[in-house]
Design a protein around this ligand. Structure first.
Ligand SMILES: Nc1ncnc2c1ncn2[C@@H]1O[C@H](COP(=O)(O)OP(=O)(O)OP(=O)(O)O)[C@@H](O)[C@H]1O
Ligand SMILES: [Mg+2]
Length: 199
């Protein structure tokens, strides 16, 4: 039987990586096979796109989006699909819904962005961790990673609304990310158990 493909999405600092890790541990504790992965990946293509985000490299916004897509195509074909085919559940820390939400917060042509992303595999379950922009910014600065390209306040407000809009359209589950790490984790475990039929 095929594994399930689960994606976790949300604003920077919303807890996407923390919760992806916790969900992976939860599923393993239930005896399920699980593989945790993330986008952008650490492949050469993913690394290039990360250099653009941290402003080390200056590329046109369309070129950046095509890099994200190339990274995604490679990730799906080389890693995600083979795992799913072996019956391993895959959790992906950010996927195409982050691309679309951040696209809505930028000046890029959204119709074009959608069209280049919608041929990729849809997840069996998508979770959006929702936090207000103020929470996103405070968690990012606590981490002192430095503000990246996407982190201006007004833009983030549009991105947050983008996630909520996309969640409706693609039937993603929205969880309140302002709660404690354990409470958010419990919520996501519950949603996942229900979706995967875990007792
Ligand atoms: N529910 C929470 N309450 C308080 N702090 C949290 C919560 N979730 C995550 N954090 C903290 O916020 C910071 C960012 O968390 P995390 O790296 O999981 O976010 P992210 O969404 O993956 O961010 P990024 O976009 O930078 O990858 C970390 O220091 C983490 O410990
Ligand atoms: Mg993260």
């Amino acid at each position: 039987m095929y594994g399930k493909f689960i994606v976790v999405e949300g604003l920077d600092g919303s807890g996407v990586s923390t919760q992806s890790r916790m969900l992976s541990k939860y599923l393993a504790s239930k005896g399920l096979k699980v593989h945790l992965t993330k986008e952008p990946t650490s492949s050469i293509i993913g690394s290039l796109s990360k250099s653009v985000l941290s402003k080390e490299l200056d590329l046109s916004s369309k070129a950046l989006q095509l890099l994200f897509c190339a990274d995604r195509a490679n990730h799906l074909e080389k890693e995600v699909e083979p795992m799913l085919a072996k019956g391993i559940n895959v959790i992906c820390d950010r996927y195409l819904f982050s691309t679309l939400a951040y696209g809505l917060g930028s000046n890029i042509n959204y119709k074009w962005l959608r069209s280049i992303n919608l041929n990729f595999r849809m997840p069996d379950l998508g979770v959006v961790i929702d936090v207000p922009v103020s929470v996103s910014l405070s968690r990012i600065s606590e981490e002192s990673v430095g503000l990246q390209l996407f982190d201006e306040k007004e833009k983030l407000q549009k991105v947050r609304q983008g996630y909520l809009h996309i969640a409706k359209e693609f039937h993603l589950k929205v969880v309140d990310g302002t709660k404690s790490i354990d409470e958010v984790s419990k919520q996501i475990s519950k949603i996942t158990s229900r979706a995967l039929g875990i007792q």
